[in-house]
Ligand binder design. Structure first.
Ligand SMILES: *Cc1c(COP(=O)(O)O)cnc(C)c1O
Length: 443
């Protein structure tokens, strides 16, 4: 295996420890996004120096197999040379203009062509997934003239105030019910239903037949761990939202371009009214996007009365990274290979868990997957929460010690990239075998 001469133990060494101490002096918790701090798995985070392909290198000199993929964007693997070249070329021409550019048209057109709900529609670029969902909801409210929105328990749509209710992963991991600093009045119009429960949505609509502006879902939930839609759920959701003129928003920040070329909506054949994007669409640079039907997007300023703006929106460097990433995905479509290798990995993990007597329920859609440390089926957040997080923490630390970098929470999806080849899968399974044996022995 490449780089086998380098130390593989990825646990924070002396240098990462010193950096973490310094970081905590000037950055809350030493991190710029909470889950990075390893609170739910124990230990300290290794600091990352560089990444390439399926691997990251830590400040302590370890080379690790990465299943975080920057939390989703790195579908081509890290630092793909053609994406990096595009970024460098764009940067040489100026980092930001705050004025229209030709490249923005190209990226918007590429999105409209790929994402079914944007066919013949329009797209607005912004700077993060959070901005995309926050803005899409504002547009949906402006379009319908209604105030209430519905989200599903455990789904995460970024950290906008109105959406920070029962919001999965980071919030779940830290046990923050919503968040301090969010006034009750701000979330008063945010209604909550369990994931995969059509009857709960029907009940809400019956109670507020004329008040619900939008239902926003992750069509495959990734932010309480990977929890797929039950067969028929998305189809039924589409029917009843159409019937009641509720804007159906698929938050495809994670699933977009990952579970299929056109996202989950293409994979499941269900087209929402609006779609939010981020992560892969920026190829590793900060971007978000929201789009959908023309009559809805025409409500956005300056065409319509719904205000939404951004100094850096449509940033030329980020747009170049996004365009190049989407082009490369078309040149060498990775999805069939991702499906095969992800299945190989997930089947192998489940087998090893069974061999070592560990509870394990694997979920997977394409190249996003989770191994929940429990034996029950996982179809919603309550199911997910039955997992043994202490056992996950132990597994996480054993994997890190063997050179495999997983997301530091039970309630996250893992991602495969096109750079995760069969050797890397084999090395991961070998590490998992040892890690699970160690976990089982210490129970
Ligand atoms: C990551 C994520 C977001 C938030 O995107 P940011 O770029 O982190 O603001 C929103 N929705 C989903 C489904 C996500 O996975």
């Amino acid at each position: 295996m490449a780089n086998s001469s380098m130390p593989r133990d990825g646990r924070a060494g002396a240098r990462s420890h010193a950096l973490f101490e310094s970081a905590q002096q000037v950055i809350p918790g030493g991190v710029n996004s909470p889950v990075r701090a390893f609170k739910s798995v124990g230990g300290e985070p290794p600091f990352v120096k560089r990444a390439e392909g399926a691997r990251i290198w830590t400040e302590d000199g370890a080379c690790l197999i990465d299943y975080v993929g920057s939390w989703g964007p790195a579908i081509l693997g890290h630092a793909h040379p053609e994406v990096v070249d595009a970024v460098v070329r764009a940067a040489r021409d100026g980092l930001s203009f705050g004025a229209p550019t030709a490249a923005e048209i190209e990226l918007a057109s590429m999105i409209c062509e790929r994402v079914p709900s944007c066919h013949g529609g329009m797209v607005r670029l912004c700077n993060s997934g959070t901005e995309a969902t926050m803005s899409a909801l504002r547009v949906a409210r402006g379009f319908t003239g209604r105030d209430k929105i519905v989200k599903t328990d455990g789904a995460y749509h970024g950290h906008a105030d109105t959406l920070l209710v029962a919001a999965g992963s980071g919030a779940a991991t830290l046990g923050i019910p919503g968040s301090a600093g969010v006034p009750d009045s701000v979330v008063a119009d945010t209604l909550l239903v369990p994931w995969n429960d059509i009857a709960a949505i029907e009940a809400l609509i019956e109670r507020w037949p004329d008040d619900i502006a939008a239902i926003i879902i992750e069509p495959v939930v990734g932010n309480m761990g990977c929890v797929p839609p039950r067969p028929g759920y998305l189809e039924r959701l589409r029917e009843i939202t159409a019937q009641h003129e509720i804007v159906l928003i698929f938050d495809e920040v994670m699933t977009g371009f990952r579970v299929a070329r056109g996202g989950a909506q293409e994979r499941y054949g269900v087209t929402p009214d609006m779609t939010t994007l981020g992560k892969i669409v920026g190829g590793g640079m900060p971007i978000g996007a929201y789009g959908g039907k023309r009559e809805i997007m025409q409500r956005v300023a300056p065409l319509g009365p719904v205000y939404q703006a951004g100094t850096l929106s449509g940033n030329p460097v980020a747009v170049a990274a996004g365009i190049t990433t989407l082009r490369l995905l078309d040149r060498d479509p990775p999805w069939a290979q991702l499906e095969r290798r992800s299945a190989l990995l997930c089947d192998g993990l489940a087998e090893r868990a069974e061999r070592h007597g560990l509870p394990w329920t694997g979920t997977r859609v394409g190249s996003m997957f989770t191994g929940f440390f429990q034996r029950g089926e996982v179809w919603n957040y309550d199911d997910a929460k039955r997992s043994d997080t202490a056992l996950f923490g132990a597994y996480f630390r054993e994997m890190l010690a063997r050179g495999v970098y997983l997301a530091p929470s039970q309630f996250e999806a893992a991602f495969l990239s096109a750079a995760h080849d069969d050797d890397i899968i084999a090395a991961t399974l070998a590490a998992a075998d040892e890690a699970m044996a160690a976990v089982a022995a210490s129970r």
